[in-house]
Design a protein around this ligand. Structure first.
Ligand code: SF4
Length: 414
């Protein structure tokens, strides 16, 4: 999404009219930016390319270009399979895409983006690539090693976003907590957070994808001390059983994870911890699944997402037998999420009667949908507010919670 927004910004600056997912279908060129890290994402990417190629065949489009991770990873195969695509580009070839439009890459436009999100929030990528070797993960194959942006670059981009009306920034990277080690020889996320937090008008800063091994604990002190850094941490754990963590090459043990979570909660009381898990990794036993469920019961994480394992070529896990059938992977994912659903329901019930600061994201089906600082966009809970009086989209309001469900809350403005 961020790469598409950067491409859109560069094209616009070259006088080219660009729209993300143009529903009016009055365009003549399409750039499909693909994902390629797991089977479902690859399928979605290929289907999207095929849809665009079909439109070209019918004479409704002049050109179809494809960029992004799928193209980086499978370009040689794809150009034989889908010859109607006019050109393929990898993940680092933005200037080459621009050339197809007779446009120039403008270095001075770093950080200039054509946002595809509502104007009150945006994602901000602080680094690209990853130096880890998680055995299931194809991302380093497509995105290369870790390269941090400088603090100055990130701040410039953040200030531009704020000047465009952005109030909430979600920091992303393949590995957020590695930030700075390559260019500053130290983990510099705490410093970056302080600089971001000083930007006037930036009301919420949220951390995503914080790898747990060698987690820089000072992050938590900055989070606690700064009001505009959400008490929210998205820390993908992938599993908890030591067998699985070792096979996944996660460089951390169950005991270390448990200590880290206790430490996180100790340093930032009331923090919301989100994680993502994988079900059905090669060799995962029933005991491993039970272990994971018990871990959720014991630690009562606030938010959990789960993927089923996808067997990816050229990852080290590809040498293992993908021995769990697809239906069993799905069943395990569902079983684990059922445990979390109960926990989420109980945690939400505890919120009834409390008042939270809520950002209003949109109006839908006669009601407003917003989020607290404990909820990120799309993946977390929403707060539903009746639309009996108008609320400006993107504004903050105080909402008293009146009802609570498995994953969402309902409340009224006070
Ligand atoms: S840290 Fe994340 S991006 Fe890096 S290899 Fe592991 S799962 Fe992939």
């Amino acid at each position: 999404m961020v790469d598409s927004e950067a491409l859109g910004g560069q094209l616009n600056a070259n006088g080219i009219d660009v729209t993300h997912e143009n529903n009016k279908l009055d365009h003549n060129i399409v750039v499909v930016n693909t994902c390629g890290f797991i089977d479902k994402a690859k399928e979605e990417s290929v289907n999207t390319i095929l849809e665009q190629v079909a439109l070209k065949r019918k004479g409704k489009l002049d050109k179809v270009y494809v960029t992004g991770c799928l193209s980086e990873r499978y370009r040689n195969d794809l150009l034989k399979e889908i010859p109607e695509v006019d050109a393929w580009f990898g993940t680092m070839e933005l200037p080459m895409i621009l050339k197809q439009f007779n446009a120039d890459y403008k270095a001075e436009l770093i950080g200039e983006r054509l946002l595809s999100t509502p104007k009150h929030y945006a994602y901000l990528k602080i680094s690209e690539g990853c130096n880890r070797t998680c055995s299931f993960c194809a991302i380093p194959l497509m995105r290369g090693g870790h390269v941090s942006k400088t603090i100055e670059e990130v701040i410039t981009e953040a200030k531009k976003l704020v000047s465009m009306g952005v109030k909430e920034i979600m920091l992303i990277a393949q590995e957020l907590t590695y930030y700075g080690l390559d260019i500053y020889k130290k983990r510099a996320l705490p410093d970056l957070m302080k600089h971001l937090s000083d930007i006037p008008g930036l009301q919420w800063i949220r951390l995503h994808y914080a790898y747990p091994s060698k987690f820089p604990l000072e992050i938590l002190d900055v989070m606690r001390e700064r009001d505009n850094i959400c008490n929210y941490l998205d820390m993908p754990l992938q599993h908890i059983s030591n067998n699985m963590l070792q096979a996944m090459k996660r460089q951390i043990t169950r005991e270390e994870i448990t200590d880290l979570i206790a430490n996180v909660r100790d340093r930032v009381p009331g923090i919301c911890v989100r994680t993502t898990l994988i079900a059905g990794f090669p060799g995962e036993t029933r005991d491993d699944v039970e272990d994971l469920k018990q871990f959720l019961v014991d630690t009562r994480l606030d938010r959990v997402g789960i993927f089923t394992y996808s067997h990816e070529e050229n990852t080290t896990a590809h040498d293992l037998a993908d021995n769990i059938p697809a239906e069993e992977k799905e069943a395990r994912a569902q079983e684990i999420m059922e445990v979390q659903q109960e926990i989420s329901y109980e945690k939400n019930q505890e919120k009834i009667g409390n008042t939270y600061k809520v950002i209003i994201d949109k109006k839908e089906a006669g009601r407003y949908l917003g989020r607290t600082e404990f909820d990120s966009v799309e993946v977390d809970n929403e707060v539903v507010i009746p639309a009996d009086k108008p609320l400006p989209i993107g504004d903050f309001v105080n909402v008293k919670i009146t009802k609570a469900f498995d994953y969402d809350l309902e409340g009224e403005v006070v």
